[in-house]
Design a protein around this ligand. Sequence first.
Ligand SMILES: [Fe+2]
Length: 282
Amino acid sequence: MSFHFVQMADPQFGMFASVSRYTDEDVAKRRARGLNVRKAPAPITGFADETRLYTAAIESVNRLRPAFAVVCGDMVHDASDQSQIEELFRVSALLDDDIPLHFVSGNHDVGEAPTSESLAIYRERFGSDSYSFDCGDCHFAVINSSVAFDPVNVPLEWRRLTQFLIDDLSAARRRGAQHIVLFTHHPLFERSADEIGSGWCVPAERRDEIVSILRDYGASAVFAGHMHMNQYAEDAGLMMVTTGAVGYPLGEDPSGIRVVSMREDAITHRYYGVDSTPEAMP
Ligand SMILES: [Fe+2]
């Protein structure tokens, strides 16, 4: 059985306004790190840009009619700003009722080093941050990669996360899942699964534990966001796809969405700018 899903990442309501307050020095510093930050002509308030982009993305999903859609984290820029949360949910509700929408927690949603309080607020708003679902003969698991990024305040949550993955993926494997796919916010690696690691990814020590579980149960692919730019890697059969932002882009590609095709023999995918999505599933 084959089907499509749409992956989105980082609608991040409030980021355009935040970037618009950068000084020339702030912009220069980020550009020196390879981030495509542009100096805004004037300070921005609110989130009209994010509303336009995420609405265009959701309208594309309605037209493409995938089996489901997923947002891989950083739904908002400032999780304490209720207006950003409300706008995220208002636009999300424009999605057709028969297309399931899955959320993945990002560092802007739960903090760089999550706390029990930030996790409780997230779970109240979005539901569980570690969960899974099946579609067709495939299995999809979602984890809170911010816990893996820095569990200093919630060490037990990190142990819960790895136990969840072991229990969940082993059960999926026993059931004979055709593909096992992981959704996270932080990528696990940028080029190879044994790299020293950059500040973008889950740190090597905990990345190694997650990758080892993925390998034990034969996971095919990981889809992430966080970098606001597209990046692709593969390591010993494990595909690592990092998808650019629906919101503010930090790479060369525009704000966009990814269409993923799940077939028995292969997982293929393609990124589209929100203003150049296809009329129907390719
Ligand atoms: Fe992020």
